[in-house]
Design a protein around this ligand. Sequence first.
Ligand code: HEM
Ligand SMILES: CC(C)=CCC/C(C)=C/CC/C(C)=C/COP(=O)(O)OP(=O)(O)O
Length: 304
Amino acid sequence: MTSAATMNATATPLPAEWRDFLALTKPRVMTLVVFTGLAGMIAAPGAIHPVLGFTAILCIALGAGAAGALNQWYEADLDAKMKRTQGRPLPAGRMDRQSALHFGVGLAAFSVILMFFALNLAAAAILTVSILFYVFIYTIWLKRRTAQNIVIGGAAGAFPPLIGWAAATGDVATLPVLLFALIFLWTPPHFWALALFVKTDYANAGVPMLPVVAGERVTRVQIGIYTVPMIAAAIAPWALGLVGSIYGWTAIALNLVFAAFALQVALRQSQPNDTMQPEKRLFKFSILYLFLMFGAVIADRWMA
Ligand code: HEM
Ligand SMILES: CC(C)=CCC/C(C)=C/CC/C(C)=C/COP(=O)(O)OP(=O)(O)O
């Protein structure tokens, strides 16, 4: 019987199901990426034609999916070393690297070209920057080199509100820049909460994530530190009068909860055999938090 590894070595294309191509796009993470892009588009002044709006969101989804595929193409070796990622199509041997590369490049080109012709240059340009940022700056350059990888590289995932706004207006403005800042500053607490409880996986794979290279204490303090400007970025649109009170009160409630969870993580020290419940709670809540914050942007625009 020919094993997947042997087939890879002889460069024979492996049968890849459509499910594997879907998995390359990191669909679960993409839902939130797309939602923040949609909120940016809805928050923009004026009304975009529904067909164009749908096309813009499709382009963001395809661009983010392409970025995810290229990320998995490049780091199949790392993914093979971590429990969380071993089952992905490349490390599991269900797909050859070339198929992933072709799929990623094709999808990236298609999303950008469609965005340019259906929407505008600004949206296509920011989409291009975010794909390139995630692939080259985060995945290829920073991820294996510095514990600041996700601080700088995390900007890639913060662009969608700007893309959505630019798709609707052809321009950028203060509100989408603040929404960019919110996601940018949210990323460190989001990721480091998770990194605290999957630290061993990253250590085994040799990825220099903060808890691995600087230790738990520093990571906890950094989570606390980033939470402060994140809250400021979350409140700023309301303080500056760019959004109404539906957003404002939702932001206050959500940020109080976030602050409480983050503070608990920041002040804690794990014990031997710790189940890391506060860290898991902060990570899970970080996702709900961003969904609700951007939901509030949409609700505010529709209901105000
Ligand atoms: C460099 C920045 C980031 C890093 C390193 C990171 C890392 C991670 C990791 C490792 C997971 C675990 C789930 C998995 O196995 O895929 C995760 C989950 C998730 N992340 Fe992030 N993330 C980042 C930024 C973002 C951004 C910008 C968003 C969206 C705006 C996002 C949305 C999500 C969502 C929705 C999940 C849950 C997925 C699920 O249910 O499996 N992340 N993130
Ligand atoms: C075009 C566009 C809008 C791009 C968005 C890019 C994007 C999907 C950003 C989210 C960041 C993310 C999934 C990080 C995962 O980190 P990782 O790759 O280190 O995670 P892993 O260990 O699960 O591979």
